[in-house]
Ligand binder design. Structure first.
Ligand SMILES: [Zn+2]
Ligand SMILES: [Zn+2]
Length: 398
């Protein structure tokens, strides 16, 4: 975003259950330098990433080394400094070298466990609007013919041609970059584009250039972008788009991030995962992901073990949900038996805690039984939370 910031939009997500309200109010607070604990999933490392931020090398207000330290403070594994290719707040610093921001950050991250991805933001104010290009080779050869003169202020030519707008996209495609549509609907750029996936976006998709969409920008969930990701089969991203120190904005929560499920902890591993669409978006107490990643992350976060218990002469099954992650899950459970003490089966599986669910009365213990769980704060579509189940083994206690 940048240049002119509009006030943070209210979350577009409807809080459908009062339990979620409680979560929203209580939040999860993290001290600075605190760890963000989300588990790996089977076959993949879970890398914490932010693919969109700015420094003085475009319209940000911090030096690239600040972004490196900030990311380490926030327990990230991967960042990209995505300077606008067409806006220079400090032309003297940039001195027409658009790779410099990346180079300074890379040097600062040497011997640190932080992966720096070379990226840029292509930012015309007409369709197709702002896009990030990640895994670039050279940011110095991207044409910005749609600009009027210079980049110290953002002024585009009076009549911009399609070819001028297409120029940087074709250039980044030659470098095999991963391109994502940033913050669709920010400011609703052009009222003639009432549909945010314009013919230009269709063209980028058809040309195999457009690969992703930012569903969460600066902590704001964008329901239109979520629908767009599902309709056009795009990788989903959650980025801060930070221009300042992000701490004041996220002091009461963790930094919003894209969880990347990578085969290896390298830039190549991140790249492969992004092209393969293996991401989950983690912001506040919400996760947005496709079904396979949503289910894997939830199951990796929560261990379940079951005990048979007698309470006076009442036979019970006590199911322990052990949540090893930072994410409190708002579950709705159904079982073949009655669930004690949780009206409508609404159970909060608190973070780093064990939540006991008692099934009763189990006059005859089965070999196994199922608990069907819907997780309301893991969105697999804008309308639906994750649906999954646990098979509970109810064997005799040793
Ligand atoms: Zn932008
Ligand atoms: Zn900006």
């Amino acid at each position: 975003m940048g240049l002119i910031r509009r006030p943070i939009r209210a979350m577009q997500l409807k809080l459908r259950f009062s339990l979620l309200m409680v979560v929203a109010i209580s939040g999860v607070s993290f001290a600075q330098n605190s760890k963000v604990t989300v588990p790996d999933i089977p076959g993949f490392y879970t890398l914490k990433a932010d693919f969109h931020m700015h420094t003085v090398f475009s319209d940000g207000h911090v030096w690239p080394t600040f972004r490196v330290n900030e990311a380490i403070r926030d327990d990230l594994d991967v960042i990209s400094l995505t300077e606008h290719i067409d806006y220079e707040g400090f032309p003297d610093i940039i001195d027409q070298d658009y790779n410099k921001s990346y180079e300074i950050a890379t040097k600062a991250a040497e011997n640190k466990e932080l992966i720096i991805i070379k990226g840029v933001e292509i930012s015309p104010r007409v369709a197709p609007y702002h896009h990030n290009a990640l895994f670039l080779e050279d940011a110095n050869i991207l044409p910005t013919e749609y600009m009027k003169s210079g980049k110290a202020e953002f002024v585009m030519k009076d009549s911009v041609t399609h070819d001028q707008l297409m120029g940087p996209f074709l250039a980044v495609k030659k470098q095999n970059a991963f391109v994502s549509y940033n913050h669709p609907s920010w400011g609703w750029w052009d009222t003639k584009d009432t549909v945010l996936f314009t013919s230009f976006h269709q063209e980028l998709l058809d040309a195999d250039i457009l690969k992703g969409v930012e569903v969460v920008n600066s902590g704001n969930y964008n329901v239109i972008a979520h629908r767009m990701a599902l309709e056009y089969d795009l990788t989903m991203l959650c980025n801060t788009d930070e221009h300042y120190d992000n701490h004041p904005r996220y002091k009461d929560t963790h930094r919003p991030m894209t969880l990347v499920f990578a085969k290896e902890k390298t830039a190549e591993g991140v790249e492969e995962a992004l092209f393969a669409k293996r991401t989950a978006l983690y912001f506040g107490d919400y996760v947005v992901a496709r079904q396979p990643e949503a289910e894997a992350l939830f199951k990796a976060s929560v261990d379940v073990f079951t005990e048979r218990k007698m309470r006076k002469s009442e036979p019970l099954l006590v199911v322990n949900f052990i949540n090893n992650s930072d994410i409190p899950f708002e579950a709705k459970m159904k079982a073949e038996y009655d669930i004690e003490g949780f009206p409508l089966g609404q159970v909060r599986i608190a973070a780093h805690d064990t939540t006991q669910v008692i099934l009763k009365a189990v006059w005859e213990y089965p070999e196994e039984t199922k608990i069907i769980v819907s997780v309301e704060n893991i969105l697999v579509t804008p309308e639906a939370g994750l649906q999954t189940e646990f098979v509970i083994s109810a064997k005799e206690n040793k």
